[in-house]
Design a protein around this ligand. Structure first.
Ligand code: ZN
Ligand code: ZN
Length: 137
């Protein structure tokens, strides 16, 4: 079995360890991801939640996403690093921020979501499939 995906916040107070391979890796350009990242997009690896072990006390914040679904954002109350998010409509999944990984080179983006919110100053790999919102399920 592949090595677990480990990561955490900048100060080390909140950590995670996830076994299993990501089911989806994407850059998301929705307005919420822009607010959260402070730039033009957020970058995520999504996993089955059953393989995730979380430690430390993240602060949770619910937001209604562009899609209308409720997402719960988890960030470190001390250093403010964004860590992961969970989805009310898809409780079996957890998405972690790519740069929160101990080894961010393990992020291999497959797609760009919410391309309708893109800015000229935030260029991503043009070879990636891009969706106006989310890919059809
Ligand atoms: Zn922290
Ligand atoms: Zn987004």
């Amino acid at each position: 079995m592949a090595e677990a995906y480990t990561g955490g916040c900048a100060c080390g107070a909140v950590r995670y360890e996830i076994s299993g391979e990501p089911v989806f890796m994407n850059h998301c350009r929705c307005r919420d991801c822009q607010h959260k990242s402070g730039t033009g997009h957020g970058s995520y690896l999504t996993f089955k939640r059953e393989g995730a072990k979380l430690s430390g006390e993240a602060t949770l914040w619910d937001i209604v996403a562009d899609s209308g679904n409720v997402k719960t954002r988890a960030f470190c109350p001390t250093c403010g690093s964004p860590l992961y998010l969970t989805f009310k409509a898809m409780p079996d999944f957890i998405a972690v921020h790519a740069a929160s990984l101990d080894d961010p080179t393990r992020f291999k983006p497959q797609a760009v979501t919410y391309g309708i919110r893109a800015y000229d100053w935030d260029q991503l790999d043009p070879k990636l499939p891009a969706f106006d919102t989310m890919p059809p399920r």
